[in-house]
Design a protein around this ligand. Structure first.
Ligand code: XIL
Length: 358
């Protein structure tokens, strides 16, 4: 087992890096291109000056998304100040390397600046602030960001099927809280006014990937928005997977029903976190199981034409939110190790992209 794992690790490293003897193997990016898929990664601008980071990113991916650089606390640090400098670096990198850019995120309850959360604004003041934010940011990137996560994580985690209590919904909310999804409808309409060409997504995590009460509620919202002409083009399924557990049949059924509504599905934040030792290393067996999960999720997406992008939340284990998020008990969640060597998951994903050509 051990020997087989070592062979597979080496093979995957060679394949994804395109260094095979004879005909070079394809990169993830080439494999994705051939199957009409977008393969993306969340990125941090500070790392773009690191040669291995930049070259791996440009070689293996055809899409990027700022991991934090477009969140309110970064892009809108003061009431009258917008700071696009960080996100602009990512957009420039993408344009130099022929990559698409996803925007994340215009409306969220986290990573908001204090001036906003502690400002004690009235409902109508808050609506004006949010409208200005959405329109300013979306207009700045008009023609540069092709798809936006307009609203992120609006579902309540503890009460599946209900909306989370947030500054935007009911504290005090930008419209009457009793109107349910109406606050999100306004956000999608504002974003569409600012950039009519951009694809507008609703993005969700924590258990909306499978069919359950949470995703049922989102499904009903999307169906209602589509029927009434509210501009929504897609649903993002984050896909942060832990404990090596993914109910792929249910994820697949969920992708099927959303795409059947005529919206696109993007896998937006995939990572598969593993138990790690003090050095951040996972076991070879777990790396194989992880590879299988990446392969199965890719297959579930490739099975539906409307599932058009697979994106991971970072791409190298050197920089991943999983470490600090899990107090360093989990890690090794991404496709490349800390030295930018491709892991078994990379080869598995690439093979699936190659065989899933459509
Ligand atoms: C995370 C980032 O990766 C971290 O750098 C940051 O400190 C916290 O947020 N769901 C989301 C992402 O939609 O924006 C989150 O990103 C991860 C969970």
């Amino acid at each position: 087992m051990k020997w087989r794992s070592i062979v597979l690790v080496l093979a995957a490293a060679v394949f994804c890096l395109g260094l095979g003897a004879g005909a070079p193997e394809q990169s993830l990016r080439e494999a994705a291109q051939a199957s009409g898929m977008l393969i993306g990664a969340a990125v941090r601008p500070a790392q773009l000056s690191e040669a291995a980071y930049a070259s791996t990113l440009a070689r293996e991916f055809n899409m990027v998304e700022p991991e934090d650089a477009l969140k309110w606390e970064v892009v809108h640090p003061e009431p009258q100040t917008f700071d696009f400098s960080q996100a602009d670096q990512i957009v420039d990198f993408a344009s130099r390397h022929g990559m698409k850019v996803r925007g994340h995120t215009l409306v969220w309850h986290r990573q908001n600046p204090k001036w906003l959360t502690e400002g004690k604004y009235t409902s109508s003041e808050l609506a004006k602030i949010l409208e200005k934010h959405i329109k300013t940011v979306a207009a700045h990137y008009r023609g540069k960001i092709f798809a936006w996560d307009v609203v992120n994580e609006a579902s309540d985690e503890l009460h599946p099927g209900q909306l989370r209590s947030t500054i935007w919904r009911d504290q005090p909310g930008i419209v009457l809280a009793a109107n349910g999804y109406a606050y999100m409808e306004r956000c999608f309409r504002w974003a569409h006014e600012a950039d009519p060409e951009a694809l507008l997504f609703y993005n969700e995590g924590a258990e909306t990937e499978v069919v359950n009460a949470k995703s049922d509620a989102i499904y009903a919202m999307v169906r209602d928005f589509r029927q009434r002409g509210v501009p929504i083009d897609g649903v993002g399924l984050q896909m942060h997977i832990s404990n090596l557990h993914a109910d792929v049949a249910s994820i697949s059924a969920n992708i099927k029903r959303f795409t059947a509504l005529g919206v696109q599905v993007h896998i937006t934040e995939m990572d598969v976190s593993l138990a790690v030792d003090a050095n951040g290393n996972a076991s070879p067996e777990d790396l194989q199981r992880q590879a299988d999960i990446y392969r199965q999720i890719a297959a579930a997406c490739l099975a539906y034409r409307g599932c058009t992008a697979i994106q991971t939340w970072g791409f190298t284990d050197k920089y991943s939110w999983i470490g600090s998020h899990s107090k360093h008990t989990q890690g090794a969640a991404l496709l490349f190790d800390r030295n930018y060597r491709a892991k078994p998951a990379c080869g598995a994903l690439r093979n699936e992209l190659e065989s899933g050509r459509r």
